[in-house]
Design a protein around this ligand. Sequence first.
Ligand code: GLV
Ligand code: GLV
Length: 336
Amino acid sequence: MPEGHVYVTRPMSPKVMQQAGELPIPLTVHADPDLPPAREQLLEDCRGATAIITMLTEKIDDKVMEAAGPGLKVIANVAVGYDNIDVEAAARRGIIVTNTPGVLDEATADLAFALILATVRRVAEADRFIRTARPWIWGPQSFIGLDVSAGATLGIVGLGRTGMAVARRANAFRMNIIATGSRASTPEAAELGVQPCNLDTLLRTSDVVSLHCPLTATNRHLIGAQQLAAMKAGSYLINTARGPLVDEEALADAVESGHLAGAGLDVHEFEPRVNNRLRSLENVVLLPHIGSAAAATRDSMGELAVRNVAAVLSGQAALTPVLPAGLKPDLLPTRG
Ligand code: GLV
Ligand code: GLV
């Protein structure tokens, strides 16, 4: 590997790769667009790198930073979440870490809403049914789901940028909206009809609970057996944030017992492994982490990562650095 290269862990769109190609030092790019570099390969390929542009599939810990060597200046994550990066280790080493906030809020909120509607109106299940080619006819009691508009309550856990974009959609659907997080008490939230509350109240009151907080060192299994039991009977859980926020075995129990009417997951506790019990449940909708997978959004995420690297390489401040302390407190959900 050349000294002083920008290592890109997965090839992105031609447009983004061209922008990356205009950086002042050479690029080395992991060739396979479908699979991330294996751990050993990653350690080998990042040697001598000045910058690493990484995806959320790569665990960038102290060992990777050590392998890259003392020339490593910046790690640019092509994601808003950065739980794949050891931010403290980077801070200790004086390495800047950046993420891509802001540019994917709308796309992620679109997907969250698609998942809400698909789950409560049984879209995926109905599609699977049609594909069996069994004879069917419209039925007064067939495929009954939840009335979303005017009446259902959506609970947004961790109202930040993405949650606010989800609230705008829910407001247009005339849902009741309740939320945790300090932004739930802002004028912007009030204008969307958001009522602030704590997690306990949110769980007890919502017909649909949707998670929008980052994964931190302290909120793994934020939604476990106890929280699921506190949820309203016949309600739904939606997760487009990070898989480990939810205890999947406890979720499978709650859906199998009929306490929850269903669940929709875009993210998984042990990604890319999918829970086999959840996979076998008709009323669980499962997606392969596609929240930000829209063309212009992905280009904007890649471009922001490249601009962050360009800024640091030219001695300027990064555009969207991640705070070494970890998290912006306003994204943290309030525990009930
Ligand atoms: C996607 O999961 C992201 O954090 O951007
Ligand atoms: C449904 O298709 C209806 O016409 O009510």
